[in-house]
Design a binder for this molecule. Structure first.
Ligand code: AOS
Ligand code: ZN
Ligand code: ZN
Ligand code: ZN
Length: 396
C-alpha cells in the first residue's frame, strides 16, 4: 500500500471513547478519586473533545443512561457539537436497580421484565434525539447456581425483549448485542458468548449485530477468528476495545496483547476490501468503541493512549503485504505466510503516524502535547477532587 492510500485509510479511522472512562471508577475494592476527573456528562464530553483534539480520530463519545441522563438531549447534542464531537452509542443500564437482583429482561417476574424493557425503549427515544446510530446492549442477567432458574425460559425472555427493541429502532439505527462469559452472574450468563449473541441477532432482524468486547472471553479464545466469522456473516456490529490478562480487566487497549489487537485489525482491513459486498459493508460500518474504566491511571491520558494504540494496530494491519500473503497461503507455505503478518506487525509505524499527524496539523506526539498543554492541571484546579462516585459504580 502506498503512503497516499495508507494516509487516506488512516483519515477514515474513527474510535469512539466512553463517557464512563472519564469519571472516577474503580474496582470492587477501592475507587481512587482522581484530581480533575469529570463530574458530569458535560465534563466527560469536554475530556472526550480533548482526546479528539489531540488525536484527530476520536470524534464521538458513547453515553450511558442513566449515568449521563439529562432533561434535554438536543441541548446536550449541541453542547457536544460546540466542542467538536458528536454523541455516539447509547448504552442503557439495566443492572443497577434493586429489582434486577434476579435479572432484568430475563427476570422470572414479568413486571420486572417490563420495567427493563421500558428503559430500553426510552433509550431508543434518546437515540433519536441524540442522533446516535447504535444502541449498545449489555445485560448483567444470569444465574449463580444450577437450578436457580429455567435456562431455556431465560433465553426466550431475552429473545422477546431484543425483538421488541429491534422493532422500535428508527431507520438507520442498529442494536448491538454484547456478550460476556461471566460476571456478575457466575453460573450462567444469559448472553454468554458470540454464538448465542449471533443466534439472537439473526432471529430478531437485520439491524441486530454482535458487539465484541475484548475482555469478555475465556483465556486462549481466538478473538480474531470470532471477528472474521461475524464479519463474514454480516453480523459484526462493533467493538469494546480494552485489554485483559485475566477477565474483564478493562485496561488500556493494546497493552496486554498487542499482537492480538493487530490480528483483529488484520481481519477488519481484509474484510474492508472483500469481494462480497455484505462483508465489505459490514466491515465499513463497524463501530470502534473503547470500553475502559480506569482506576489508577490519569483518565484523559489513558484514553488518549488507547486511541493511539488502536491507530498503531490499524496502521500495521494496513501494511500487510496481501499479495505475498495470498501466494504463501495458496502454496501452503506456512511460515512465509506467518512471516508476512509478523513483518507488518514488527514495522515501527511511529514515524509514519507522526508524518500523518504533521500533515493534518495535529501534534506529532499527542501524549507529550497533552502533558505539556496544562489540561490535566487546569481541570484538576477547576473540578477539584470529586468524591469517588459517578462513572462506574462504586463497589464496597
Ligand atoms: C460490562 O462488562 C460491559 O463491558 C459493558 O459494556 C460496560 O462495561 C458497561 O455497560 C459500562 O458501561
Ligand atoms: Zn480475595
Ligand atoms: Zn463492554
Ligand atoms: Zn466488560
Amino acid at each position: 500500500m502506498n503512503t497516499e492510500a495508507l494516509f487516506s485509510a488512516l483519515d477514515r479511522q474513527r474510535i469512539e471513547t466512553p463517557s464512563w472512562g472519564y469519571g472516577n471508577s474503580g474496582t470492587r475494592f477501592k475507587t481512587f478519586a482522581a484530581p480533575g476527573a469529570a463530574r458530569d456528562v458535560y465534563e466527560k464530553i469536554e475530556d472526550a473533545a480533548e482526546v479528539h483534539r489531540l488525536s484527530g480520530i476520536a470524534p464521538s463519545v458513547a453515553l450511558h443512561i442513566p449515568w449521563d441522563a439529562v432533561s434535554d438531549y438536543g441541548e446536550l447534542r449541541a453542547f457536544a457539537e460546540s466542542r467538536g464531537v458528536t454523541l455516539g452509542a447509547i448504552n442503557p443500564n439495566v443492572f443497577q436497580d434493586d429489582r434486577y437482583r434476579l435479572g432484568s429482561v430475563t427476570h422470572p417476574d414479568p413486571a420486572v421484565r417490563e420495567q427493563a424493557l421500558a428503559h430500553l425503549l426510552a433509550c431508543v427515544e434518546i437515540l433519536r434525539q441524540t442522533g446516535s446510530r447504535d444502541l449498545s446492549l449489555w445485560f448483567a442477567d444470569g444465574t449463580n447456581y444450577a437450578g436457580q432458574d429455567d435456562l431455556r425460559a431465560r433465553k426466550r425472555r431475552l429473545r422477546d425483549a431484543l425483538a421488541r427493541v429491534h422493532d422500535a429502532l428508527p431507520d438507520g439505527a442498529r442494536l448491538l448485542l454484547e456478550y460476556k462469559l461471566f460476571e456478575p452472574a457466575f453460573y450462567a450468563t444469559d448472553a454468554f458468548d458470540w454464538g448465542a449473541a449471533l443466534a439472537h441477532c439473526v432471529a430478531v432482524g437485520e439491524r441486530a449485530q454482535v458487539l465484541v468486547d475484548l475482555g469478555h472471553h475465556a483465556p486462549g479464545v481466538n478473538i480474531e477468528q470470532i471477528v472474521a466469522f461475524l464479519l463474514d456473516e454480516g453480523r459484526l456490529g462493533g467493538f469494546h476495545f480494552n485489554a485483559r490478562r485475566y477477565a474483564d480487566d478493562d485496561l488500556i487497549v493494546g497493552t496486554a496483547n498487542p499482537f492480538e489487537l493487530f490480528c483483529i485489525y488484520a481481519e477488519l482491513v481484509s474484510a474492508e476490501t472483500a469481494a462480497d459486498p455484505l462483508v465489505r459493508d459490514t466491515a465499513r460500518a463497524v463501530a470502534y468503541m473503547i470500553d475502559q474504566s480506569h482506576n489508577i491511571e490519569p483518565k484523559v491520558e489513558a484514553m488518549l493512549q488507547s486511541v493511539l494504540n488502536c491507530q498503531e494496530a490499524y496502521a500495521k494491519a494496513l501494511l500487510i503485504d496481501r499479495e505475498r500473503l495470498e501466494e504463501a497461503q495458496q502454496a501452503g507455505d506456512v511460515l512465509e505466510a506467518h512471516r508476512t503478518l509478523t513483518d507488518a506487525f514488527r514495522t515501527d509505524v511511529r514515524p509514519l503516524l507522526a508524518e500523518w499527524r504533521r500533515a493534518r496539523g495535529l501534534p506529532e506526539d499527542p501524549i507529550r502535547a497533552h502533558r505539556v498543554s496544562g489540561y490535566a492541571e487546569r481541570v484538576a484546579r477547576e473540578r477539584g477532587v470529586a468524591a469517588a462516585s459517578g462513572g462506574f459504580p462504586v463497589h464496597s
